[in-house]
Design a binder for this molecule. Structure first.
Ligand SMILES: Nc1ncnc2c1ncn2[C@@H]1O[C@H](COP(=O)(O)OP(=O)(O)OP(=O)(O)O)[C@@H](O)[C@H]1O
Ligand SMILES: [Mg+2]
Length: 254
């Protein structure tokens, strides 16, 4: 596989107290593609994803060793700037985590935290652009003062993606972003991801193997804290190199 990785881990190990949750993970994630992480529950997918923007720092008794290189900089180095890492590497969660605020203020929230854009018309322009990007502008442009909680789950998840986009990230991490959605909304979000990949590097954790096969360009299979296999999605699904991968994708465990 020949490409310059956007994210690369080198001998990455993570312990939660005594528990060795990530074991010597070496992965290279290509830019402007969708990479899916699959594997049975508890194998470390979310843990790995959280490493990419150092969200695991927020969890007590966590020890990380190895390297996580994004654009040639090791984000584990003491001099790494956490605020700028979290702006550059945005995250979308399983349940849309909209705040009990207006749609407008949900979007403005991150801009404030990151001290980006103070002028009203610049903020408005960024909000319009963000909503436009996720296909919500036409529906919501006259409702920006309404509570975000009045939106459907799919709209809320799009809003969460817009809230990340507005901060001009380069990488978007999505941890089971469709698992709270119905099948039709799921397919719509997948369409959105296909559009976004032209500009962003996307890493999606999913339990839904069909989703990984449909939407991703590359797939990593994890098992018990180890990255067992990583490759082109088509190859991983049709001709896996490892027996464990084959067993998992053919539904023999997990
Ligand atoms: N804060 C924590 N403290 C201790 N152990 C944890 C913590 N978070 C996760 N773990 C353990 O680390 C392992 C990996 O968890 P992780 O959430 O990364 O798995 P996952 O692959 O995302 O699972 P799922 O598919 O269920 O979301 C699990 O055994 C889990 O119990
Ligand atoms: Mg998880």
């Amino acid at each position: 596989m020949e490409f310059a990785p956007k994210i690369e881990t080198v001998g990455l190990n993570l312990h939660y107290g005594d528990f060795h949750a990530l074991q010597d993970v070496n992965i290279k994630i290509p830019a402007q593609n969708i990479t899916a992480m699959i594997g049975p529950s508890g194998c470390g997918k979310s843990t790995l994803l959280r490493c990419f923007n150092r969200m695991n720092d927020l969890i007590e008794h966590t020890r990380v060793e190895g390297g996580i290189i994004i654009d040639e900089h090791d984000i584990l180095k003491p001099e790494a700037d956490l605020i700028s890492i979290r702006r550059k590497v945005g995250m979308v969660f399983q349940r849309p985590n909209v705040f009990d605020l207006s749609i407008y203020n949900n979007l403005r929230f991150g801009l404030r935290i990151h001290r980006m854009l103070n002028k009203r018309d610049e903020v408005m322009e960024a909000i319009e652009h963000g909503l436009e990007h996720v296909g919500l502008w036409q529906e919501l442009k006259d409702k920006l003062k309404k509570s975000a909680l009045t939106l459907t789950l799919e709209q809320q998840q799009r809003l969460c993606i817009a809230r990340v986009l507005i901060l001009k990230p380069e990488i978007i991490l999505l941890d089971e972003p469709c698992s709270a959605l119905d099948p039709v909304s799921t397919l719509k979000i997948e369409d959105l991801l296909r559009v976004l990949k032209h500009e962003y590097t996307l890493v999606i954790v999913t339990h839904n193997m069909q989703q990984a096969a449909r939407v991703s360009d590359y797939t990593g299979f994890m098992y018990l804290g180890k990255l067992i296999e990583f490759g082109n999605t088509k190859q991983v699904f049709t001709n896996p190199m490892e027996k464990l991968t084959e067993n998992y994708i053919s539904g023999r465990f997990g």
